[in-house]
Design a binder for this molecule. Structure first.
Ligand code: GP9
Ligand code: MN
Length: 614
């Protein structure tokens, strides 16, 4: 053992020096929120394991190059670290490969680059100097290397596995959903993050390179064959109005017009639905996958589906898209802005939003957030709405503003003072709290509408409210069965994927519940028709929800689907009205269609096919 350690002491000293440097930078420069012992352990494990593994590559080269390889790898890692330090100081985010190639993004840094460099930064290279000086006294003996490099590699891998195991416990689905770069770096460390980013990048790039023009022709034919006419009676019904779109975090339709322990859960929404000028779509399904909130945003902007795995916000933020925001901008001269009081890199929004074409993103930095006014994931909805109103007033009109709420997010925590109805009393805490946070969100909405009226922003707007995805997963079926007083069969699980979709026109007289089977892909064509923008021929998978002969066929991301008569999920076909099992034959005509449509959408995204449209 003595030999093992001392005869390759250069490797170990390098590992220790680099680990200490990385650890200090992670704690002082990057604001990762390492506030628990577990997070601390994860940081140490991820740092040491990555550095051990990366530096160990130097032990596998030809004998005479061991030392120079070690120095080269050490220097590269140091430069990567420093590059991230500079980038973080400016963007409060970590470098990604696409961003490195985005000249525009780096041009932002331009002149201010020098402003970001501090004299103290030299300290970040002192270790390299030290290592060079020490190299004369330390060893990297080839015969010892040969005997021990496999052991070192194994040790590195074991530490890495320990790290990923712990990280997985802290953040399930971290890699498949890859929510946020800060969370990634916090849980797998900066260097493994870069390896992962590289993997994502090459994976997407290869698919794009392999794609060709002909795929698009086939898709265009499919879309044409399935195209439905929007309802001309509603064409231009909201032309020129400001669009206020509100994403209702984790809100499912079963809370609408429902009570818990005798108390209404969404009194404001229930009343809004009855008001003049409101259209309520009661059979509207979310179609999101692992990308959750971001998938909902994507589907609504593009009338395409999200991806079967991962979030398109992360995997394809460089594609060309034909989005609601960009069409509104071009054809209606609309200014578009998104409001969300969370970290801007969450779901890679800061990058993806450029591709979507929003003019402005008001994120965390634009809000006054304190301990008192936040809970759970961040700023409380009431505060979020009231702090957003002054910004709305400043926007150039007409505008398309999207507000993403946050309080009604798992684990549904709320301060006692904000509880309007008490938590429910089943054995399932998550479900119990859900009702209380939904009720809170409903109150926040009510206040928002009131303030919009007071501020004179109401009459000239159209309001579009949508639930982004489920809040209560199948893990809570027991409590849900107790609440709904029925067994949660696979059929019921599909029906629980219905989320509220409400369009409210302040100056219309009609009130309508529309029961057409509908999904998030239908939002874009619906809004464009209301705005008087003709998008016939566009490549999209949804259609106008006001259309009287709308295709009643909604495909969920896992391939389940809903038609006017049937619901298919897993291997079973059900009658939509009753939930009774039907012969599989009844669902059969739609089965391949559902697959085909999802595939076409995936092909468009994976192949970045819209670039061929020009
Ligand atoms: C975070 C918010 C929540 O910014 O959008 O994301 P989710 O976990 O619901 O996808
Ligand atoms: Mn969400």
């Amino acid at each position: 053992m003595r030999f093992f350690v001392f005869r390759i002491s250069l490797y170990w000293v390098a590992t220790i020096l680099l680990s200490i440097k990385t650890y200090i930078v992670s704690k002082t420069v990057f604001d990762l929120g390492i506030d628990t012992a577990i997070a601390e352990i994860i940081l140490v494990l991820s740092t040491v394991s990555a550095i051990m593994l990366l530096l160990s590559a130097s032990l596998f080269v030809k004998r005479k190059y061991h030392q120079s390889a070690l120095f080269i790898i050490y220097s590269i890692i140091s430069v990567v670290l420093y590059g991230n330090v500079l980038y973080y100081r400016f963007f409060n985010d970590f470098i990604t490969i696409p961003v490195m190639f985005q000249s525009m993004h780096l041009a932002n840094l331009g002149g201010s680059l020098f402003g970001l460099i501090g004299l103290l930064d030299l300290l970040l290279f002192v270790d390299l100097l030290l290592l060079i000086l020490l190299s004369k006294r330390l060893h990297l003996r080839s015969e010892v290397i040969n005997q021990n490099r496999t052991a070192i590699l194994t040790m590195g891998i074991i530490l890495l596995l320990l790290n990923t195991g712990l990280a997985h416990k802290e953040r399930p689905e971290l890699l498949t959903r890859s929510f946020d770069r800060k969370l990634l770096v916090k849980n797998i460390g900066l260097y493994a993050y870069h390896v992962y980013d590289f993997y994502l990048y090459t994976n997407t790039k290869t698919k794009i390179v392999l794609a060709d023009n002909n795929e698009l022709t086939e898709i265009i034919n499919y879309v044409k064959a399935n195209e439905q006419k929007p309802n001309p009676d509603y064409f231009g019904a909201a032309k020129g109005k400001n669009i206020i779109m509100i994403a209702l975090e984790s809100t499912q339709s079963f809370v609408i017009n429902n009570k818990v322990e005798g108390q209404e859960i969404t009194p404001f929404l229930n009343q809004l639905i009855k008001e003049r000028g409101t259209y309520y779509f009661s059979n509207f399904y979310h179609q999101t996958g692992q990308g959750k909130t971001s998938d909902a945003e994507f589907i609504i902007e593009n009338s395409l589906y999200g991806l079967p795995r991962g979030a398109v916000f992360f995997s394809n933020p460089e594609n060309q898209y034909h989005t609601l925001a960009s069409v509104l901008g071009e054809a209606g001269d609309y200014y578009s802005a998104v409001f969300h009081a969370n970290n801007k890199s969450f779901w890679n929004r800061n990058v993806m939003y450029n591709a979507i074409g929003y003019d402005r993103f008001y994120a965390e930095e634009e809000y006054k957030i304190s301990k008192e006014n936040s809970i759970g994931w961040g700023l409380k909805d009431e505060e979020f709405f009231s702090q957003t109103i002054p910004y709305l007033k400043e926007l150039p009109q007409p505008y398309y503003a999207k507000l993403l709420t946050l309080t009604n997010h798992f684990p549904f925590t709320l301060a006692q003072a904000d509880e309007i109805i008490p938590e429910w009393t089943s054995k399932d805490g998550t479900v119990n709290r859900y009702f209380t946070t939904v009720r809170y969100q409903d109150e926040a909405l009510k206040q928002f509408f009131e303030k919009m009226k007071q501020e004179g922003l109401y009459d000239n707007s159209i309001f579009i409210l949508y639930g982004d995805h489920y809040g209560i997963s199948e893990n809570h079926n027991k409590a849900m069965a107790q609440f709904l007083e029925k067994e949660i069969t696979p059929y019921e699980t599909i029906q629980l994927q219905r989320v509220p979709f409400i369009i409210h026109f302040p100056n219309r007289t009609e009130t309508k519940e529309i029961t057409t089977v509908a999904g998030q892909v239908d939002v874009k064509p619906t809004i464009l028709n209301l705005m008087g923008i003709n998008e016939q021929g566009a490549i999209q998978f949804g259609s106008d929800l006001f259309s009287t002969d709308k295709r009643q066929f909604v495909i969920l991301r896992d391939g389940s689907f809903i038609t006017d008569k049937y619901i298919m999920t897993g291997n079973n076909c059900y009658i939509r009205d009753t939930g009774m099992k039907a012969a599989k034959e009844s669902c059969k005509p739609y089965m391949s269609l559902a697959k085909e449509e999802l595939n076409y959408s995936d092909q468009i995204i994976y192949g970045d096919l819209f670039r061929f449209l020009e």
